[in-house]
Design a protein around this ligand. Structure first.
Ligand SMILES: NC(=O)c1ccc[n+]([C@@H]2O[C@H](COP(=O)([O-])OP(=O)(O)OC[C@H]3O[C@@H](n4cnc5c(N)ncnc54)[C@H](O)[C@@H]3O)[C@@H](O)[C@H]2O)c1
Length: 240
């Protein structure tokens, strides 16, 4: 399947991280212009046809500035990948501080709210939105309960918005990875081999590149009839 995004503009949040970087490289390789953003803008690799800007998704003004700068440079947005996120620490909800709970909500859920509000009016008719949720957005995640709550919210927003944006013919879907080899896994402070489960039919974690290939296909013009859906890439964990 040939996917040609030449002349199309893709906005990605969290573009300095594991998934964001792989997605940026993959969309770029298929011809897209990129509007890349992260809290840590210096960690976004420079490339042609790409604008890199610092953006904190918890700040509505920062997100509005990102979208304004992106559209000024490349015109209306074709694809928005709302990927910025944090996991919080591995552990029981009883041990989680209120501060960490509020931070998780602010980044993973309120951050997505800010992004959607800024992006949708700036998108071309027929645009595509991909929200990065998690397997923890469609099933429980012991030791990551607060994270799971935020990602269930991401899925709820995705499903609901599919109908709200239909006049613009925007398709909106969520990607639900299970554990994927990125710096996020290190943030758990756990021996990552302990996170592996016998329910994973493929016997390994996913890679950022596998998630990026899925993101490309989900948002591609070829995938024209899917909206309001979750796409789970979990090595078969949820199949049993
Ligand atoms: N790695 C996994 O196992 C896994 C599994 C399921 C879902 N996810 C989701 O994938 C997405 C990307 O995660 P990743 O694995 O690449 O992690 P990562 O930590 O490598 O990247 C996340 C990026 O988000 C950025 N970020 C954090 N807070 C931000 C804020 N307030 N504003 C803007 N940017 C901010 C970070 O600076 C970082 O570059 C996240 O939404 C995460 O929840 C990851």
């Amino acid at each position: 399947m040939q996917i040609d995004l030449t002349g199309q503009t893709v906005l990605i949040t969290g573009a300095a991280g594991g998934l964001g970087r792989a997605m940026a490289q993959t969309f770029h390789a298929h011809g897209a212009n990129l509007v890349l953003s992260d809290l840590d803008v210096d960690a976004i690799p420079a490339q042609e046809r790409a604008l890199a800007l610092r953006c904190d998704v918890t700040d509505a003004g920062s997100v509005a500035g990102l979208v304004a700068a992106g559209t000024e440079r490349f015109g209306p947005l074709d694809i928005c990948v709302n990927n910025a996120g944090i996991s919080g620490p591995w552990g029981r909800l009883m041990d989680l501080s209120a501060e960490v709970w509020h931070r998780l909500l602010a980044v993973n859920l309120t951050g997505l709210f800010h992004c959607l509000q800024a992006e949708i009016p700036a998108m071309r008719d027929g645009g595509r939105i991909l929200n990065v949720a998690s397997l923890a957005g469609v099933s429980g995640a012991p030791n990551l309960a607060a994270y799971a709550a935020t990602k269930h919210g991401v899925v709820g927003l995705t499903r609901s918005l599919a109908h709200e944006v239909r006049r613009q013919r925007i398709r909106i879907n969520a990607l639900c990875p299970s554990f994927t080899e990125t710096p996020m896994l290190d943030a758990f402070g756990e021996d990552t081999s302990r996170l592996q489960t016998p329910l994973n039919a493929l016997g390994r974690f996913g890679t950022a590149q596998e998630m990026a290939e899925a993101a490309l296909w989900i948002t591609s013009p070829a995938n024209s009839y899917m909206t309001g859906q979750t796409v789970t890439l979990d090595g078969g964990i949820s199949a049993v």
